[in-house]
Design a binder for this molecule. Sequence first.
Ligand SMILES: C[S@@+](CC[C@H](N)C(=O)[O-])C[C@H]1O[C@@H](n2cnc3c(N)ncnc32)[C@H](O)[C@@H]1O
Length: 166
Amino acid sequence: MKGVEIVLELCSAPGGWTQVLRELDGSLQIVAIDLDPMPPVQGVHFIQGSILDDEIIAKAENLAGTPFDLVLSDCSPKVSGQWDLDVVRQLELAERTYDIAHKVLGPKGKALAKVFQGQGFHEFLVETRKRFNSVKIIKPPASRKTSAEIYLLAIGPRKKAQSKKK
Ligand SMILES: C[S@@+](CC[C@H](N)C(=O)[O-])C[C@H]1O[C@@H](n2cnc3c(N)ncnc32)[C@H](O)[C@@H]1O
């Protein structure tokens, strides 16, 4: 992957994406985080914990010792069965993903995360656009036209012009 040497993978278990990353580029440095355990992947630093915990994120930054080039996130909350609640939790994880990305990425760093277009998505998109130089919505060809699932690619955290909303 051009320009990508070090990756932070959020919500990585059971490790499907991690394996793909490793196969794509054997020299990538990867730090992965998940609440659940994950089988070891060669050369991957895995941290078991919540991405909502600042200490876990600090641990990932310390392990890296340098800004990340890419943040990848595939977070899904444990499903409660209540659609509205699940959408709110999913959006919280997406917001947290871009907060983390804004903090840990270098100036040309990229963040790619799966996001659901539910309630609150528009406000979230507006805020994210303020904090990154470029934000693109990607709808994978395999995803059904009616599916609410999209990927959001944000490039270049704007470190000085931070939005007021946290
Ligand atoms: C769809 S799975 C990820 C699958 C993974 N990308 C793969 O390819 O194997 C979603 C993951 O989000 C994790 N997750 C949910 N909330 C989390 C949190 N607060 N912190 C860390 N991981 C979380 C879950 O434990 C679950 O493993």
